[in-house]
Design a protein around this ligand. Structure first.
Ligand code: C5P
Length: 443
């Protein structure tokens, strides 16, 4: 098989435009669909979250929040305020968190089993969701008149709040002054967003959506991962396919799932790196704790990668289309008797561009070689031609399940030779590559 058809059938269809793989379905970007529930190992895995639920209508989103946090391997322990219990029951939170729900400051059993100090310390992060105007005011003024506010005053852990209230309450100078005080104390805020509010008014005050809250908690935990071997390292990762427009509704694409690139971004973030993931359209969920920049075309991917520099490391796992359409139609091409002829123009090679930067080249540039024949020979030639430091060579022959599947058999080609890795899940490949990167940077 030639290089032309490694990802799609474009090459053999060169002169038969009507057979081009025009993808007329909706893009994953547009639908935001998820194809699987269990995310790859998340920065939230094995982390303990103390979730304080105060009394706002957005408390109804808390059961889903708990479910999603636990899906990512986090354990969740809840404190429910008296007002919060008007919106969501302790029983439902206990069932979903799999833990006791704490409500009373002066509970003899709670204090003897788990004092409020211990409750606030036995967490990696404290999340207040929803955070009402009232609890924000109490936090800003150091009040401690119930279990939630006492735990917040006693904690030595990072705190993140997801405000939720009426727009007038949110924009009131008192709330804004309290917010400024809290932010001045390094308390992180997620949201609120604008939209229809439960009170019938419209404006700022809607609690951030669950995925947004989870991403913010992930970023906070990653920032807190100061002792990770990749702490303070900036790493750029490209992932997924690119979409090259033919007209406003059609595009040229390939079958890359983005699974391997996204897993690498997540694994690097788990080791404490500051990761920017530049991804073409995929169904993969955004990895927690990673800055995700969504792009469609190769040209936009290169722009986003350049904007992400300087970086210590770049890992180019994207299946960038080799060509874009040089004359995309401004309007939808009408189906006529004569099929249109597309002119293709070569796309920039992002890996080669990064590898050959004369100024600001990342210290370590890693590329991928997906091959079906002469894997190692081609991978070594690619490493030399592009000028990158490492190539992760993977066999994508039919039957290996590499393309779109969950496993990968790879060989790491470096200046020192070739390391053969056993067949592993893509997540394990990502973890091993992240560990090798950390090792290389510390050498
Ligand atoms: O040349 P080929 O596409 O086989 O090279 C694969 C490697 O180059 C991958 O790391 C891929 O991310 C990168 N690449 C790129 N920009 C291109 C083509 C490939 O970064 N236009």
């Amino acid at each position: 098989m030639t290089k032309l058809d490694k990802y799609s059938k474009i090459s053999i269809l060169w002169d038969v435009p009507s057979q081009l793989p025009w993808a007329l379905g909706s893009s994953p970007r547009a639908t935001g669909q998820r194809t699987h529930q269990k995310a790859d190992r998340s920065v939230l895995d094995n982390r303990r979250i103390l979730l304080i639920v105060s009394g706002g209508i957005a408390a109804v989103k808390v059961p889903d929040l708990i479910r999603r946090l636990r899906e990512r391997g986090a354990s969740v322990r809840c404190i429910l305020t008296r007002a919060g219990a008007q919106f969501v029951t302790p029983l439902s939170l206990a069932a979903l968190s799999g833990d006791k729900v704490y409500t009373e400051l002066f509970s003899l059993t709670d204090e003897s089993e788990m004092g409020h100090i211990r409750l606030s310390r036995e967490a990696d992060v404290v999340l207040v969701a929803p955070a009402t105007a009232d609890i924000m005011a109490k936090m800003a003024h150091g009040m401690a008149d119930d279990l939630a506010t006492t735990a917040l005053l006693a904690t030595d852990k990072p705190v993140i709040i997801a405000p939720s209230m009426n727009v007038m309450m949110w924009t009131h100078p008192a709330t804004q002054a309290n917010l400024a005080t809290l932010q001045g104390r390094q308390i992180t805020t997620v949201g609120p967003g604008a939209g229809d509010l439960a009170c019938g008014e419209v404006g700022d005050g809607r609690m951030a959506e669950v995925p947004e809250i989870i991403a913010a908690v992930g970023r906070l935990l990653r920032k807190d991962n100061r002792n990770g071997p990749l702490a303070r390292r900036r790493i750029l990762v490209t992932s997924g396919p690119t979409y090259e427009p033919i007209d406003p509704v059609r595009y040229l694409a390939n079958r890359s799932s983005g699974k391997q690139g996204h897993a690498i971004a997540a694994a690097l973030a788990n080791l404490g790196a500051d990761v920017t993931l530049v991804s073409g359209p995929t169904h993969e969920p955004a990895p927690d704790g990673v800055t995700l920049i969504r792009v469609e075309t190769a040209i936009d991917m290169l722009k986003a990668v350049r904007a992400g520099l300087p970086a210590d490391v770049a890992v180019c796992a994207a299946a960038v289309a080799d060509w874009g359409v040089s004359n995309p139609a401004p309007g939808k091409i009408k189906k006529g008797a004569k099929p249109p002829t597309l002119r293709l123009a070569p796309n920039p090679d992002i890996l080669a561009t990064l590898s050959q930067l004369s100024r600001g080249r990342p210290k370590l540039v890693v590329g991928f070689a997906a091959e079906t024949n002469n894997l190692l020979k081609n991978a070594k030639a690619k490493r030399a031609a592009k000028g990158c430091d490492w190539i992760v060579a993977n066999d994508v022959s039919p039957g290996t399940g590499a393309f779109g599947g969950d496993s990968n058999t790879v060989h790491l080609v470096t200046a020192d030779g070739v390391e053969d890795w056993p067949t592993m899940r893509k997540q394990a490949v990502a973890e091993r590559l992240a560990a090798r990167i950390a090792e290389a940077l510390s050498a």
